[in-house]
Design a protein around this ligand. Structure first.
Ligand code: 2RA
Length: 329
């Protein structure tokens, strides 16, 4: 089994390598792939030196699986070339997510949709993954009418340059500006580019991807996505209106039993999910569970996950694990 990690030198690529090692992901050969400027670079991984190779060499090597985290344009150009060589591509960019011919997969929810013909599989957006994973057990039980979400997203979601901007601001040195404004000691109600309807692309991703993952266009979703000067993960305040009434104790039990979800909800002892405690964890953390007293059948919840883990690397590695476990590879 040959496994390629495309974009191996980036923030998500590095996290993918960490998750593969932690999960003891089985492979015979690992190809570390990156853009021309990193080709030839040596990376020490699991006690072995690997030389970074370019995309054309990686396609020629015909890996069984390639986990991509190299940006949309690289994906658009190269994922089909890998697919034509028989490789399963698991893609972290937004390039294929809303393509009707491609599966958009959160393994705990819809991995069963994957067939041997699905050579390009899309990993959803980080902020969508953690929200739908926490909503899924409740959707199964009560049905969802409408979701209102506001996010508090880590600078790691933008990439290394954004982390550098924040750190330079903290150190009092001159930062290279990635955001249009200062990010440290600030909050930006702006993630990704603004669309003609006034929403940002990140907000539209949350709206459209949620419907696709749940295979339900009738679910109403609205989102405000916000960047905050933190590192460990994305946080979300989610207000969800169910089709049926719910019991709060049952909600808690459903979430406690849900794969990949951990309930942290003991306000009396100040226990609730936070990015600082979610950092480097594969799970999605849920807390502040409470009835919305202003409206029937409606719940408020707080959801936190490490966006580089379940929001990107972990979800992608879990898809690869599904391919192996189900003998698709
Ligand atoms: C962000 N959604 O946090 C992005 C990363 N995929 O900006």
């Amino acid at each position: 089994m040959k496994l390629a990690v495309v974009g191996a030198t980036g923030l998500v690529g590095t996290e993918i390598l960490e998750v593969l090692a932690e999960h003891n992901f089985p492979y015979d050969e690992l190809l570390l792939v990156a853009s021309e400027r990193s080709v030839g670079k040596q990376i020490e991984y699991k006690g072995k030196k690997h030389t970074v190779i370019g995309l054309a060499d990686a396609v020629a090597a015909k890996p069984e699986i390639a986990i991509f985290s190299a940006g949309g344009s690289t994906s658009l150009e190269w994922a089909p070339k890998f697919a034509a060589a028989g490789t399963f591509v698991i893609d972290n960019s937004s390039a294929w997510r809303m393509d009707a011919t491609k599966k958009l997969v959160v393994p705990e929810i819809n991995a069963k949709e994957i067939g041997s013909e699905d050579k390009i599989i899309a990993n959803p957006n980080c902020s969508t993954i953690q929200m739908v994973l926490a909503l899924e057990p409740l959707r199964q039980r009560y049905g969802i009418k409408r979701v209102v979400v506001s996010t508090y997203q880590s600078v790691t979601g933008t990439g290394k340059a954004a982390v550098d901007q924040m750190m330079a601001e903290r150190a009092g040195t001159t930062p290279e500006m990635v955001y249009p404004h200062k990010i440290d000691m600030n909050v930006l109600p702006h993630i990704d580019v603004f669309q003609p309807n006034g929403y940002t692309k990140e907000e539209m991703k949350m709206i459209n991807e949620t419907k696709k993952i749940f295979s339900d266009d009738t679910i109403k979703v609205t989102a405000t996505t916000v960047r905050i000067p933190t590192m460990g993960g994305h946080s979300e305040a989610v207000n969800v209106e169910f089709k049926e009434d719910f019991d709060l104790t049952e909600v808690r039990s459903l979430l406690e039993a849900a794969p990949g979800v951990i309930v942290q909800d003991d306000p009396a002892n100040f226990v609730y999910p936070m990015p600082i405690t979610a950092h480097k964890k594969d799970e999605v953390f849920v807390g502040r569970l409470r009835r919305d007293e202003s409206q029937a059948n409606t719940l408020n919840m707080w959801i936190v996950a490490d966006n580089l883990r379940k929001g990107a690397a972990t979800n992608a590695v879990q898809i690869a694990e599904y391919l192996l476990e189900n003998k698709l590879v």
